[in-house]
Ligand binder design. Structure first.
Ligand code: WAQ
Ligand code: MG
Length: 245
């Protein structure tokens, strides 16, 4: 198995990124689809595109996809209420929720995710402007059709949903991470989610106003966790999502 990663930027501004795992025979197809994505991004033409193709040193472990649910939500105001309710259920404190909201609703976006202590609201990622980028994640080949089938039934079988669900399923499997909050930084994409092992993947429509440049991800971390270990898992540990028959 190979890890394929893409990052596109314009000066110091991050334009787009993507990562997946691939079999050797699919490297060219996957890498060119990432290149195409970088060249056609809504946020504009990047001035630099980096594609990394790297053979994995360890074989991936597999996790099940989180169960998917789409909530009713008419507005960003309502979305904030829903986010608070869900995160509270997972033991995230008021102050940590506030901090997270200020990050994901800010118009300065990061390339990766912020890590926030569930009690104190403190940010734990070493590089606050970049964040932590989850990498080395993918979908087991035999599960591709099964996952498409599940999402098809829900009317959401898109690359974006698939990639977000795969990411959320890896993140939820990371020891020490309690929950995740995500808003796309794409101005036209207004559905976000809250995810955790217990809550599953809960989609929130109208999480932001159409045209808004804000977006981001926050991973909520159990107090006292070993941060380096968490980052190593998120960035380096190969994980594939596998759907049972
Ligand atoms: N690791 C960590 N953070 C990431 C990663 C990653 N691999 N990829 C993106 N981010 C962060 C980064 O701060 C981006 O600004 C932010 O997340 C949003 O990324 O069910 O499209 O790729 O309908 O714009 C979720 C809902 C869509 C899908 C998420 O995110 C659905 C999306 P985007
Ligand atoms: Mg985006």
């Amino acid at each position: 198995m190979w890890s394929i990663r893409m990052r596109a930027s314009s000066g110091r501004t991050h334009v787009s990124g993507a990562e997946t795992l691939s079999r050797q025979e699919d490297i060219i197809t996957v890498a060119s689809s990432f290149l195409l994505r970088a060249l056609c991004h809504k946020k504009g033409m990047p001035s630099e595109i980096v594609i990394t193709v790297e053979k994995l040193k360890e074989s991936p472990s597999s996790v099940a996809p989180l169960p998917v649910k789409t909530l009713d939500c008419p507005s960003p105001e309502q979305a904030k209420i829903i986010i608070k309710q869900l995160l509270k259920k997972e033991g995230v404190s008021e102050i940590s929720i506030k901090k997270a909201l200020s990050i994901v609703y800010s118009s300065t976006t990061m390339r990766g995710a912020s890590l926030i202590d569930i009690k104190t609201g403190r940010r734990l990622e070493p590089d606050k402007s970049r964040g932590v980028r989850v990498s080395r994640l993918g979908l087991e080949e035999a599960s591709e059709e099964r996952l498409s089938g599940i999402l098809e039934k829900l009317g959401i079988n898109t690359t974006r949903v698939k990639e977000a669900l795969i990411l959320a399923s890896k993140v939820a499997s990371c020891p020490g991470i309690v929950a995740e909050l995500c808003i796309s930084d794409d101005p036209d994409y207004t559905t976000g989610y809250v995810a955790s092992k217990g809550l599953g993947y809960q989609r929130i429509p109208n999480i932001k106003e159409k045209g808004s440049l804000s977006g981001g991800r926050v991973f909520f971390v159990k107090s006292g966790s070993n941060i380096n270990r968490i980052i190593r898992y998120l960035e380096k540990r190969p994980v594939v999502v596998s759907v049972e028959k």
